[in-house]
Design a protein around this ligand. Structure first.
Ligand SMILES: [Zn+2]
Ligand SMILES: [Zn+2]
Length: 455
């Protein structure tokens, strides 16, 4: 077998059979598992609970979801990608679609003894960057502001501390553009129609630059416009401000941050046309010292949109995030563990560490750029599919193939021989408890499965 390749891409995938807000239950045994070895560019897709490969995007079926676009480049580079659009409208659909992008998994292990289902996560801690999107359970947050004046001109601010680590996930997200365009482009009333240029809240028709009549939702006709001050006042009646015990976290929560009539979520901020002035619907005091702002992404429950904004002062004290009352950042959602994650600030480096605290559904960080896989195993999640990816040396790969050949029956032997001369093969192990009903021929010629590989 002549090959210039020194490595193949080794993948271990587990797909949770339940589909619940893009969550993956790390404790569930109800998963479909698949080991695969790739040696070429391919698209990894999910069809119901099965993971399969497709050679090109235009060959994907409507009931298949793209999980990863694997690109093989010379010198053993395997690049994983599922492009994230930037500066999108933060619509419910766009936010939900993010679930099927590639997320880096932070997960501290519970020791379950010899339970085979246990996943040993070897991902490093994560150092947050501006514009990152994190996911705790099903609740997503954008890191919209980082204010560290002493480090403003220090380009080292984002550099990882242990540069000997074989690669740093932070460097992928560093200096990336925001995924969502949170500043809504609003239309100011220009109507000369007497019936239409009224505020739907106070019925007034004044229209000043400091308090414009604006259109922020989907209402049409006579209830199209409202004054900026009127909407803001109305939101303030629903605003609940909470502070943690140490007075380092101030949380602004509004349970129905949306138009009462058409139910469309309101934007936190808007601009009128190309004017630079920014109007905020929630008045937020910003601390003088180092702080960050986490803004929850729209979460619509029973037609009402929940908005939470957490202003977090960065001190030496660690900040806990969770559903429990004692948490500094409290998230009232059943998918969030009582004690879910923590933030630890290092004043000297200006770096902010995010660590999972043995949460049920893990703490995830959205990857916004392609990820090159090296030898260290990387743990990723794409919706309800969990993936471990690493490079496998050719020697190890050949050894596994040999082992498998001696183990298997004649019929599988035939399948193997058909594909052994092919460098683009994929080895498959459908080791779930259900019947193995995968047809080897369904993968196409270049990606035919060659049987079992056991790790
Ligand atoms: Zn008004
Ligand atoms: Zn409306």
């Amino acid at each position: 077998m002549s090959s210039e390749k020194h490595f193949v891409l080794s993948l271990y995938t587990r797909t949770w059979v339940r589909d619940s807000h893009g969550l993956y239950d790390y404790e569930s045994s109800q998963t479909r598992n698949l080991n695969a070895v790739l040696a070429d560019s391919v698209i990894i897709a999910r069809k119901k609970h099965e993971i399969k490969t497709v050679t090109a995007k235009n060959e994907m079926q409507p009931d298949e979801e793209m999980l990863i676009d694997v690109k093989y480049e010379k010198n053993d580079r395997y690049i994983l990608e599922n492009p994230v659009e930037i500066m999108m409208e933060p619509s419910e659909k766009n936010i939900t679609d993010l679930s099927n992008k590639i997320w880096y998994v932070l997960k501290q292990e519970e020791n379950n003894g010899n339970n085979q289902q246990t996943i040993t996560n070897t991902n490093d801690d994560y150092y947050l960057c501006k514009n990152d999107i994190i996911k705790l359970g099903r609740v997503k947050y954008a890191l919209n502001e980082i204010h560290i004046p002493s480090k403003e001109n220090n380009i080292d601010i984002d550099l990882p501390p242990n540069s000997n680590s074989d690669y740093n996930i932070e460097s992928i997200n560093m200096n990336s553009q925001p995924v969502f365009n949170f500043i809504f482009q609003a239309k100011q009333c220009e109507s000369i129609n007497e019936d239409e240029n009224l505020c739907k809240i106070c019925y007034g028709n004044s229209n000043e630059s400091s308090n414009p009549l604006v259109h922020l939702c989907n209402c049409q006709g006579g209830i199209r416009f409202a004054h900026y001050f009127c909407i803001k006042k109305w939101m303030e009646t629903k605003l609940v401000i909470k502070e943690n015990e140490k007075k380092t976290v101030k949380s602004f929560n509004i349970k129905a941050f949306n138009c009462e009539i058409c139910k469309v979520p309101y934007p936190f901020s808007f601009r009128i046309d190309n004017n630079n002035e920014r109007f905020d619907l929630i008045e937020i005091e910003r601390p003088e010292n180092d702080y960050i702002i986490l803004e929850s992404l729209n979460q619509v429950k029973e037609n009402s949109n929940i908005k939470s904004i957490h202003v977090i002062q960065l001190t030496d004290d660690c900040i806990t995030i969770g559903r429990g009352h004692e948490s500094d950042v409290r998230i009232n959602d059943i998918s969030v563990s009582r004690s879910h994650a923590k933030l630890q600030y290092d004043k000297n480096s200006g770096r902010l560490l995010l660590r999972d605290l043995k949460s049920k559904f893990g703490t995830l960080v959205l990857l916004k750029k392609p990820l090159t896989i090296k030898e260290r195993k990387i743990h990723l999640q794409i919706g309800r599919t969990y993936i471990e990816a690493s490079l496998m040396g050719m020697k190890e790969f050949e050894k596994l193939k040999k082992e498998k050949r001696t183990k298997h029956h004649a019929q599988q032997e035939n399948n193997n021989n058909n594909n052994m001369n092919n460098n683009n093969n994929m080895n498959n192990n459908n080791n779930n408890d259900n019947n193995n009903n995968v047809d080897p021929n369904s993968q196409g010629n270049s990606l035919a499965m060659t049987g079992l590989i056991q790790k």
